[in-house]
Design a binder for this molecule. Structure first.
Ligand SMILES: [Zn+2]
Length: 160
């Protein structure tokens, strides 16, 4: 297991356990977004969260890896649900692209329509899982988002 994952996985909270309210995650996520944009410019937060998600996706991908692709995908779907990141569904998969839907997204499910897609961390995460499997860089983007009034999150990964 990657050192950073090993370290952050160590939790000693006898009374409180390992889970936190979603508000805490979202507050951290959204305020980081605001301050990164303020301090570093328009796309800084997006780049930061995509790269953070990608690093995590690659590290986790090594843990969840299986030479059998369908088993690898199954492991990822299970992990995403167990960690309560969301409910991942593969809606399209061929040589050119992979499309996944993330229902009940940790970042945005239930939010009002704010007219933009915001789940860069989740985009990075999916891209990281794919990059780990393919051993090459891929381009991924969010093609639907609850925060954009689209009722789910969807990530499209260009595999070419
Ligand atoms: Zn979203």
């Amino acid at each position: 297991m990657e050192e950073i994952i090993k370290q952050i996985s160590k939790v000693k909270r006898e009374k409180l356990g390992t889970e936190i309210p979603i508000l805490v995650f979202r507050a951290l996520r959204h305020y980081t977004d605001i301050y990164a944009t303020d301090l570093l410019g328009e796309n800084a937060a997006h780049i930061l969260f995509i790269n953070a998600g990608k690093s995590l996706g690659k590290a986790l991908g090594r843990e969840l890896y299986d030479t059998d692709l369908s088993k690898y995908l199954e492991n990822i779907v299970k992990f995403i649900e167990e960690e309560k990141i969301g409910l991942l569904k593969i809606t399209h998969f061929d040589d050119e692209k992979l499309v996944v839907q993330l229902d009940e997204c940790i970042t945005c499910a239930g939010m009002d329509n704010i007219g933009k897609r915001i789940c860069f961390f989740e985009v990075g995460l999916v891209a990281g899982f794919v990059e780990n499997y393919l051993g090459k860089k891929v381009i991924a983007q969010e093609t639907k988002c609850n925060a954009n009034g689209e009722e789910t999150c969807e990530v499209t990964v260009n595999l070419k």
